[in-house]
Ligand binder design. Sequence first.
Ligand code: KG4
Ligand code: ZN
Length: 345
Amino acid sequence: MSLKILGIESSCDDTSASVLCDTKLHSNVINTQQIHEKYGGVVPELASRAHQQNIILVVKEALSLANTKLSEIDAIAFTLGPGLLGSLMVGASFAKGLSVSTGIPLVGVNHLHGHVLAHMLREKDEDAFVAKFPYLCLLVSGGHTQIVLVKDYLSYEILGKTIDDAAGEAFDKCAKVMGLGYPGGPVIDRLAQIGNKDRFSFNKPRIDGLDFSFSGFKTSFLYSLRDNLKQNSAFVEQNINDLAASLQKTIIEILLDKLVKAVKLTGITQIAISGGVSANSGLRKELSDLAFAQNWNLHLPKIKYTTDNAAMIALVGHFMYLCGKISDPDVVPQARLDFLNINVL
Ligand code: KG4
Ligand code: ZN
C-alpha cells in the first residue's frame, strides 16, 4: 500500500502545501507573498497575516490537484522550525487542528532537512529516485549557509557554517544598497548575465576550516560603492550589470572554495546543493563545470524546489513517518530549531 503525506510549509514568506505519494509528488502549491517587496525584506507580522489568509486555499488546492481526499492522507508533515515564529505558528496550528479533527498523525519537520533532500524530489514514475549516501550538501539560503554531510535520509553532520551572514543575505543586502528589489538574489542573477564579472573585485574571507563568512565581503562592497558614488553619483546605474556580475562571482568563489576543501577533507564526491541561492544560474554553471573537471557526481535540485516549498517537507515527513517519528499533539514550533535535532517529538 502506498504512503500519502500532506506537507505544509510556512516558515518564512511562502505558504505552501504538497501531496507526496511514496516518494513521488502529486502536487506542490506555493503562494509567495508579494507584500514584502515594498519593504525591502520580510516583515514578520505581515508574513503571519498572509499565511492566515492563504493557508486554507493552498492546502485545498494541493489536495485537489493531487486528486486526493483528506481521508486518504496517512500523515501531515509540517515545518516545525527554524523560521519566523509567527509564520511557523500558522502552519503548525493549522496542521494540528487538521490532525485533531481527522485523527491523522502529525510529523514535525526541520525545514533545513527539507532543503538537503530537495534534489530527490520527483514528479514522474520514469524519473529515478536518486539517493546516494553519503553526500555533501551545500545548503545556501536566506538564513543559512552550511556544508552538511548527509549520511542517510535522517542522519546529518554539519561540517561548516557561516559565522555571520548567510549567502542569500549577502545577495539581498548588496541588492538593497543598490536600490534593487527584495529578494535581491534573483535580480542580481538576472543583471549579472550580461555583466563583466572581472570588472570589480571585493574582499574574500580568510577563515580556517570549513566555516564561511560574508561580512568582510559585504563591507568591502559597501565601501567600494560609497567611494565610487563620491566621484560619480550615477555610478550604480552606469555599472549595474558589472557590479552584479562581480559581486555574484565573489560570493560563488567563497562558496566553492569551501566546497572543494570539504571534498578534499572527506573524500566524498557525491555533491548536492540546496536552498534559495542554489537557484543562482552562475553558481549552477560554475558548480557544474567544477564537478565535471573534478569528476564529482552532482545532484542539482530543480529550480522550483530550491526555494521554500512543502514538497521537501513532505519528503522528510515520509522518511520520519516510516521511522515512527510521530509528533505529540502538544508539539510547538521553534524559531531556532537545531539542525541535528531529529528527535523533537
Ligand atoms: O531557501 P529560501 O527560499 O528561504 C530561506 O529559507 O531562507 O532562500 C531565499 C534566499 C533569498 O536570500 C534570495 O535572495 C535567494 O534565496 N535567492 C537567490 C536566487 N533565488 C533566490 N540568490 C541568488 N540567485 C538566485 N537566482
Ligand atoms: Zn528555506
